[in-house]
Design a protein around this ligand. Sequence first.
Ligand code: ASP
Length: 158
Amino acid sequence: MQHQSHDTLGLIVLDGDDISCGVSTSGMPNKHPGRVGDSALPGNGLYADVTGGAACCSGDGDFILKFCPAFHVVQLLKQGKEPKEACKIVISDMKNRSSDYFEISIIAVNMKGEYGTGTTVESWKDPLEKDKTYNGFPYVVWTSGMDEPVCLCQETST
Ligand code: ASP
């Protein structure tokens, strides 16, 4: 299923022993006035903890709110799971507890600077480049030693 036209942006920054994250979003299309989505709520759209790492989520916020996925990912990082594996476990857990299709994409970074992502989104059309469709969801990585950021793509986790 193609990603709806979300514009959410999650950012994780690791600087030595410090980690932080932020999420910017316009929310869901046709949302009720005053709605507070997952993006602004720690544990749901974002979470950071220097003893584990950080995670940011994008997708169906009203659904995401039921699962605290960012918190869950960081708890798994604390237990030593690699970021990609942590994202996969959390998405599998959400799928096991719901029969409906839902959109979620997760980015995660641990305190070693390892990163990983997971998604249920099969394709994403770039609203700024009308002809560009990603086979999954795009994310950008910029680590020390890299001259410039690179754009990568996470395919649907199965
Ligand atoms: N999660 C956001 C919200 O529900 C939307 C998005 O990620 O695009 O407000």
